[in-house]
Design a protein around this ligand. Structure first.
Ligand code: SF4
Length: 440
């Protein structure tokens, strides 16, 4: 039987032709530039090691401007652990740390980093780093950091430069708080001069501060594109670009790459195009660090339901601009480093998030109760209550982990997303009915 006869003979039995997959959208030049910036940071650490120069491991919100002024190569274990988690090597590394005696309740980034530090190799070749000669810890991120870095320093018998930032119960940073950190910054400079074997360069410090401010401003501009409705990008992309603000914000290459992405996004807006691979129906805030090993699983039901992430708290948390350009006016830098997601008061945290939700017009919030990050997850129930009361948006939460996939359950996640969709749809219908009523 000829092919067309077959079709004519039994039309009801014919399976529908599979819909042609839309062509993959090209990666924006700004995104490619940002990827290169992070890879260069890793390469610079290997080059320094090879040349016999000291290499540091640093927490994400340690004042990188100081290291730039001393030409020190530094890598960031949080970024490394996220990369290892995303490449599905997090569980094995976490288990290796547990075998060494570390509790499974400790943050997944910490367990991965401690295992790596003890010599457990990762299968993610792009995130291998040389062993540290010194460690830099600023506990504005969280207090888990303190023990994490103390352990690495002890394992390798190397210096730990510690900057202590106490939790701030207030909305502003007081002069005495500034003085407390300034003394520690100046002390860190002296210690790092000895490690680097060179004098602190005021000129390089001014350049690094200038670059960090340029990066922060361009990062904020990029984040602001999520205010467009529909947005010219998927807010999920911001999670990937975080790597640049963490590892390279004091470098001119990071500022330039973000400025390029800003231009790319402006062009998309002009043409009415978007990088989001689906039409946007709902807009949400994604609260918390993503589950890196489960990115595809997280994204799938969002895509299926037309949900775009248009708000993440990383925008204000890492978009910090200050007026310091020399050691004589360090106060601005101190104030900027006093503010990190887990060291600011709950009122400041609510203000950051609610501002974003309003500006970026979100319909709901999806909250990640991250087993690893207790300080962040701990206040999420109160945050959800406030979002609900102040913004009238539905909030749902799911259990997960940024690096250890054993703490994530896909079925629970799907149920929670479905619940969020139903609540957002109900609100949408109410809004539409109100509009129709007003038009009568
Ligand atoms: S994920 Fe949370 S607990 Fe872990 S290092 Fe980051 S802030 Fe600290």
């Amino acid at each position: 039987m000829a092919e067309n006869e077959k079709v004519n003979a039994a039309p009801e039995a014919a399976a529908p032709a599979p819909a042609a997959k839309p062509p993959k959208k090209p990666t924006l030049p700004g995104v490619l530039a940002l990827r290169k910036v992070v890879n260069d940071v890793y390469q610079a650490a290997w080059d320094a090691k090879k040349a016999g120069k000291p290499v540091g491991w640093s927490s994400s919100k340690f004042p990188c401007e100081i290291c730039e002024a001393l030409d020190l190569a530094v890598v960031y274990p949080e970024n490394q652990a996220a990369g290892i988690g995303a490449r599905h090597d997090g569980q094995r590394m976490c288990e290796a740390a547990e075998d060494m005696g570390y509790d499974p309740d400790i943050c997944g980034y910490t367990r991965i980093s401690l295992a790596y530090s003890a010599g457990v190799e990762t299968t993610n070749e792009t995130r291998r780093v040389p062993m540290p000669d010194f460690v830099l810890c600023c506990n504005n991120i969280c207090n888990d950091m303190t023990k994490w870095y103390e352990n690495i320093a002890r394992m390798h018998n190397i210096p730990l430069i510690m900057i202590d930032v106490p939790y701030n119960n207030d909305m502003t940073v007081s002069d005495s708080q500034v003085a407390y950190i300034k003394g520690q910054f100046l002390d860190a400079i002296k210690k790092l001069e000895k490690i680097a074997g060179t004098k602190f360069s005021e000129k390089k410090f001014a350049e690094a501060c200038h670059n960090a401010n340029r990066t922060a401003k361009a990062w904020l501009k990029v984040c602001d594109y999520l205010q467009y409705d529909p947005s010219p990008m998927s807010g999920f992309d911001l999670f990937n670009h975080m790597a640049d603000v963490v590892t390279a914000r004091g470098k001119v290459a990071a500022a330039e790459a973000f400025e390029l992405l800003d231009k790319n996004l402006a062009e998309l807006v002009k043409k009415g195009e978007t990088t989001t691979p689906f039409p946007e129906k709902y807009r949400i805030m994604f609260e918390g660090i993503p589950c890196w090993p489960e990115l595809k699983t997280l994204f799938k039901p969002l895509k299926a339901n037309g949900i775009n992430v248009t708000a993440v708290v990383y925008a204000p948390a890492f978009g910090f601009v200050y007026d310091t350009d020399s050691l004589d006016n360090l106060d601005g830098l101190c104030r900027a480093y006093y503010k990190a997601p887990n060291s600011v008061s709950i009122e400041q945290g609510v203000a950051w998030r609610e501002g974003l939700c309003r500006e970026n017009k979100v319909d709901g919030a999806l909250i990640h109760n991250n087993r690893s990050c207790k300080p962040w997850s701990g206040y999420m129930s109160e945050m959800a209550r406030r979002f609900n009361k102040d913004l009238g948006i539905p909030c749902v939460s799911f259990d997960g982990d940024q690096a250890d996939p054993r703490n994530f359950n896909e079925a629970q996640y799907l149920t929670r997303v479905q619940g969020l969709v139903e609540a957002m749809e109900e609100n949408r219908q109410k809004r539409l009915a109100k509009k129709e009523e007003a038009a009568k």
